[in-house]
Design a protein around this ligand. Sequence first.
Ligand code: ADP
Ligand code: MG
Length: 233
Amino acid sequence: MTDTQEPYIALSGIRKGYRIGGEAIPIFSNLDLAIPRGDFVAIMGPSGSGKSTLLNMLAGIDRPDAGTLRIGSSRLDQMGEAARSSWRAHHMGIVFQFYNLLPMLTAAENVELPLLLKPLSARERRTRVDKVLDLVGLAGREKQYPAMMSGGQQQRVGIARAIVSDPGLLLCDEPTGDLDRKSADEVLEMLRFLNRELGKTIVMVTHDPQAALYAKRTLHLDKGDFIEEKRAA
Ligand SMILES: Nc1ncnc2c1ncn2[C@@H]1O[C@H](COP(=O)(O)OP(=O)(O)O)[C@@H](O)[C@H]1O
Ligand SMILES: [Mg+2]
């Protein structure tokens, strides 16, 4: 555990752009962001505003061109690709819009995948998989294949896979973008539970203002900067 006065996630002076052919496309020129441990932040913003670029940097998939990116005590901006992937495997879970489950694996096998990188016995893996499937309300569906499940159930498998290694941080990119309202609300209740009861820090990109209400605060990304939404107390 690091100093509690420090934010868990700190981005400072982040510059990030892409190059297409010879042309530079700037996304962020001087982005700052601080997220305390235990926060649940919704990130909203128009298409192309850089939401996925931001999540990819937080996930260590992509590196900023300049600036500092610290999560916990790790300086992701200074780490190479191998160190970032190992960091990712230990410290964060990612929940995707289209679940990203492997269709030829059962629910339990999908959830087990991140554990195959760890020094655990088959029995230990099984215990952890059963525990998180139970937590997301899917006990008894271990042997079902994704195609046999509803979108909401598949996303709960996705959440179980994201938390099976017990990471402190969950990154969610449009986790309810492909779900009907009822399934979306169930998935969002689940995220709220993980935040409130298990203390997971959550950063969720969403287009849905109702989904954002499940978060503790909402940041609007526009023209390379954040504007915090005011909420009635
Ligand atoms: N790998 C890439 N190469 C070039 N341009 C990219 C790449 N990824 C994103 N962009 C551009 O960066 C901008 C922000 O993209 P993105 O982060 O995906 O936005 P959002 O998720 O908010 O829709 C867009 O203009 C997009 O076209
Ligand atoms: Mg995106």
